[in-house]
Every structure is written in structure tokens, then in C-alpha cells.
Write a protein that binds this ligand. Sequence first.
Ligand SMILES: Cc1cc2nc3c(=O)[nH]c(=O)nc-3n(C[C@H](O)[C@H](O)[C@H](O)COP(=O)(O)O)c2cc1C
Length: 207
Amino acid sequence: MKILVVYHSQYGHVETMAKAVAEGVSEVSGAELVLRRVREFPEYVKHVEQEKGAAYQAYQSQQTDPECTVEDLRDAEGVLFGSPTRYGNMTAQMKALIDSTAQLWSNGQMEGKPAGVFTSTATTHGGQETTLLTMMVPLLHLGMLIVGVPYSLPEMNHTEARGGTPYGASTIAGPKGELHPTPGDLAIAKAQGKRVAEVAVALRSKK
Ligand SMILES: Cc1cc2nc3c(=O)[nH]c(=O)nc-3n(C[C@H](O)[C@H](O)[C@H](O)COP(=O)(O)O)c2cc1C
């Protein structure tokens, strides 16, 4: 059973979280991991290729992960979507992927599939919850079953300046992207990937 982890990441934070989510998926017997990146806007690619900065390095390193297609979404039995925040919402690139699912929506092909969302913000209160909650809206229209993160996970109960929400895994990148996902952030991301895959396996056994 294919479990898709699809991420958009311009500086590598969500990419790192996606790798932890993927690790969790891979631990589940019967789950086959499919790791994909979201297609970048051509204008952005042109810009980072000229700048040759940190975003270019991140872009280059992600080229080994194939671009996500509508077929990847159709063929997956569970999906985890990772996007950095843009003014408290997912990125336009991730939204463009989700908006390309009209055919899947009209045929009900995403219905009943478990879905999880994860994110990154620059600052502590930069909109993790709003990003995660608004990412869920189109997924509910598609008929997907939202899977969050339970507080029984020890890493969830903290008051530190790091991520981890019941709506999905998260991390704080820092205003200049200088921070990295903490061990706690990664543990939550891994647990979320595992949970979505476990739900997908359990749902299939009931069919
Ligand atoms: C146009 C734009 C809007 C952003 N809006 C927010 C925001 O509302 N809150 C916040 O904390 N960070 C914001 N950021 C920072 C990004 O969320 C941050 O760069 C990202 O989480 C890093 O993840 P990545 O390394 O995976 O790209 C914004 C960045 C851009 C370019």
C-alpha cells in the first residue's frame, strides 16, 4: 500500500521534517513509502539559480525526490502534506498541487484516505496552527480523513520554543532560517507519519 509524503520546502526545514515523517511511514508493515516534492514555480527557480544562495542549495538537494503528480495522489492510500507557512497559510505551490485534483474530487478518488499535515514557520507564533488548520480544509472537501497527533506522545507536552501541535507536526525555522528541527519536532513528525500509515493499513483490513 502506497503512502505518499509530499513536501514543499524552499530552505530545507519542511524537507527535513518530511524525511522524519517518511521514516515513520517506513516503520509500518505493509506501507510502501512514496516521497515527492511539490513542483516549484519557474520564476522562483530562475531567481534562485541566479542568486546561488541557501535556497539554491536546498533546491538542488531536493532534485533527487521526484515532483508529485496527480497520479501519485490517486495511487496513494494515505497522504502526508508538508508546507512552510506563507502569511499563516500553506504555500501557493502546495495549493496548486491540491487544486490540480479536480478529477480526483469528481470521481471521489481521495475519499476515505487518511491525511496528515505538517509545517514550518519562521517565528514561534508565526501561524503554525492556522497553516495546519487551513491545509485541512481542501482535504476535507476531497473526503480525506484527517489524522493529527495525540498528546500521549511524550514530546507533545512541552513549553519550549519548538514545534508540535495536535493538528500536525511543526518546526520553527528562525527569522533567517538559522534554526533546525529539534529532536522533539522530528520525533513528532516521525510519529505522525507512522500514525497515518497505521490508519491506512487498518482501514484496508476493514474493506
Ligand atoms: C512570502 C512569505 C511569507 C511568510 N509568512 C510567514 C508567516 O506568516 N509566519 C512565519 O512565521 N513565517 C513566515 N514566512 C517564513 C517561512 O515560513 C519560512 O521561511 C519557512 O517556514 C522555512 O521553511 P522551509 O525551509 O521548509 O522553506 C514567510 C516566508 C515568505 C517567503
